[in-house]
Design a protein around this ligand. Structure first.
Ligand SMILES: Nc1ncnc2c1ncn2[C@@H]1O[C@H](COP(=O)(O)OP(=O)(O)OP(=O)(O)O)[C@@H](O)[C@H]1O
Ligand SMILES: [Mg+2]
Length: 352
């Protein structure tokens, strides 16, 4: 009889085992992955709200492309600000649409009974308990029956390929759109961290300020972001481009020529802030941790790590080996997928 019960309990009914879905709710981009399938969605975290019909009508990339071009009754909303969930309703509406796009097609293979969804997400360390709870609730409202939220920096370090549970400290600088998180991870926790709110998206504003003051031209946000992506580098490459905006004097279109060195000049103080934060973090660390950081170097993640030569800039300023992680853009979400491969890992990390 005992063996029959054992056999019975060992049968895994596929529709009862939860489907694990991973979320990286970034300020600029949202990423979703499915267990055993990988990343299924990377979309800008933007919505367009129509105040006449009181509905969200644009989502993701579509909403981002219309920034600065909408009539008054369409408002562009960015529900995450500096890594923190700021507009709950907008986030729920956004996630519902993104799930519909990326997860529902996958769920259609379950013809009769859909499996429950276990949502696994992250939150920056600077988020308060209430803010973390909001992430949990937003995911529950989107259809997750169970939600785990772990510290983002740990997932990002796992995504860089580090064993986050070992007592070998690793330093990761995640340079995203809303937050630059500098973290030292060891023994399954964060042993040192600094977060800067002046990240990639703020840099677009600084480019706007620079061209306004130096060239008397008003540029839109999207144009500034394109300039950053096209021109910014820390190499000897001097790329040049023409950009058209509105003349401050006449209000009419005006074209100016910008070089890589202009964008570097506009953003240099921001990169120096990151360097200063890294120095402070190392200075505040116990000698064993500082020693490991010197030995292991610094891994860069987030889309801002795509800036050519940015690691060389850090090497020059910090005198520590700095390199761009292999999957820098998706390190956080891939870290979640990786951590979940060990069934106990997430349990160890929840509530950290
Ligand atoms: N090739 C590039 N060069 C420079 N910057 C880039 C490049 N590609 C994207 N970016 C910038 O990277 C930022 C977005 O990075 P990322 O997708 O890692 O942010 P996020 O994860 O959404 O935000 P966060 O983690 O801060 O909440 C944007 O500011 C974008 O302009
Ligand atoms: Mg990010």
């Amino acid at each position: 009889m005992k063996s029959i019960i054992k056999k019975f309990t060992s049968i895994r009914l596929p529709f009862f085992s939860p489907l694990h879905i991973y979320f990286d709710l970034g300020t600029t981009n949202t990423r979703i992955a499915i267990k055993n399938k990988g990343v299924v969605l990377v979309e800008p975290t933007y919505l367009g709200y129509n105040s006449r019909i009181k509905e969200y009508i644009f989502f993701g990339a579509e909403a981002k492309t219309i920034v600065g071009k909408t009539p008054d009754f369409i408002k562009i909303i960015r529900p995450i600000v500096n890594g923190i969930l700021y507009d709950f309703d907008a986030q729920v509406a956004y996630l519902a649409r993104m799930m519909e796009k990326s997860v529902n097609p996958y769920l259609s293979q379950y013809r009769f009974i859909k499996p429950p969804i276990q949502g696994i997400s992250t939150s920056p360390t600077i988020a308060t308990e209430i803010e973390k709870k909001a992430v949990e609730e937003a995911l529950e409202k989107t259809g997750c029956s169970d939600v785990f939220v772990i510290e983002r920096a740990i997932a990002t370090a796992a995504g860089c390929g580090f064993d986050v549970f070992s007592h070998e400290p690793h330093f990761v600088i995640d340079m995203g759109g809303g937050l630059v998180e500098l973290s030292i991870i060891s023994g399954g926790g964060i042993v040192g961290q600094k977060a800067l709110k002046t990240a990639g998206d703020n840099m677009n504003k600084l480019i706007g300020n620079y061209t306004y003051l130096k060239h008397g031209i008003v540029l839109g946000e999207a144009t500034c972001e394109n300039l950053k992506i096209k021109l910014l580098n820390f190499t000897k490459d001097e790329t040049t481009t023409n950009v058209r905006g509105k003349s401050l004097e006449t209000g009419l279109p005006k074209t100016i020529k910008l070089k890589s060195s202009d964008i570097r000049e506009a953003l240099m103080s921001q990169f120096h802030h990151i360097v200063d934060a890294a120095k402070e973090l190392i200075e505040l660390s116990p000698p064993e941790i500082a020693d490991s950081v010197f030995k292991n170097g610094i891994a860069l993640t987030g889309n801002m790590a795509a800036v050519k030569g940015v690691n060389d800039f850090f090497i020059q300023e910090l005198k520590i080996d700095t390199y761009v992680a292999e999957n820098y853009a998706n390190a956080t979400i891939q870290g979640l997928v990786k951590l979940d491969k060990d069934s106990q890992a997430l349990f160890k990390l929840v509530g950290n």
